[in-house]
Design a protein around this ligand. Structure first.
Ligand SMILES: C[S@@+](CC[C@H](N)C(=O)[O-])C[C@H]1O[C@@H](n2cnc3c(N)ncnc32)[C@H](O)[C@@H]1O
Length: 193
């Protein structure tokens, strides 16, 4: 099945969004809380309802951008966060987006893509990062099968996929996942080469 914009919009319209934790998840919160440079230009691709985006913004990171292929979650976010700058909310296909960031935050976006797009994701993230830019966040660690989304993966697969373009500074079991994702997540910090 091709995971189109229409597919995602329908999931939001049906409120069939089990990935939505309702608040920032603990691994991302912990990572964000130790960042000291509030001027970082940050992108969250496949931002969904944007709990992480809201957390960043309300904690002083003003140069933050949320991008989603579907208007639906972006409209939800606007409704819930009327003070957030509209021009920092982007409705677009990640693969067509063109800008440069210091930091890209990954959570349940990579796993939501058709798996043949994975090499393209790795190169697109590389292109979207400035020199010394980083990709940080979580990737799932359960066997990759035909079933999904979410689609799984492993340390070995991610090493193969990302090593050409990134220094894999962290790629390890996540100790502070939210309950439903316990033992199924890896925390990653990949530095652009
Ligand atoms: C599983 S949801 C995760 C949402 C959010 N990251 C979260 O943690 O709640 C995947 C999101 O990616 C978006 N998406 C899927 N393909 C996309 C693409 N090519 N470009 C941008 N967004 C996309 C979907 O609309 C959906 O909001």
């Amino acid at each position: 099945m091709k995971l189109t914009k229409e597919y995602w919009t329908e999931r939001y319209n049906e409120n069939n969004i089990p990935w939505d934790a309702g608040m920032i998840t603990t691994p991302i919160k912990k990572y964000v809380d130790q960042l000291t440079d509030k001027d970082l230009k940050i992108l969250i691709p496949g931002v969904g309802n944007g709990h992480e985006l809201n957390y960043l913004y309300t904690n002083g990171f003003k140069n933050v951008y949320g991008l989603d292929i579907s208007e639906e979650p972006i409209a939800n976010f606007k409704r819930n966060n009327p003070d957030f700058p509209e021009d920092q909310l982007i409705v677009d296909d990640f693969f067509k987006h063109d800008s440069q960031y210091d930091l890209i935050i990954e959570q349940t976006f990579f796993c939501a893509l058709n798996t043949e797009l994975r090499p393209l994701y790795a190169t697109k993230i590389h292109d979207l990062l400035k020199e010394n830019g980083k990709l940080a966040g979580v990737l799932f660690s359960f066997p990759l099968t035909e079933q999904g989304p979410p689609f799984g993966g492993s340390v070995e697969e991610y090493q193969v996929l990302f090593s050409d373009n990134f220094l894999l500074k962290a790629l390890a079991p996540c100790y502070n996942s939210i309950k439903p994702r316990e033992n199924n997540e890896l925390f990653i910090i990949f530095h652009k080469k």
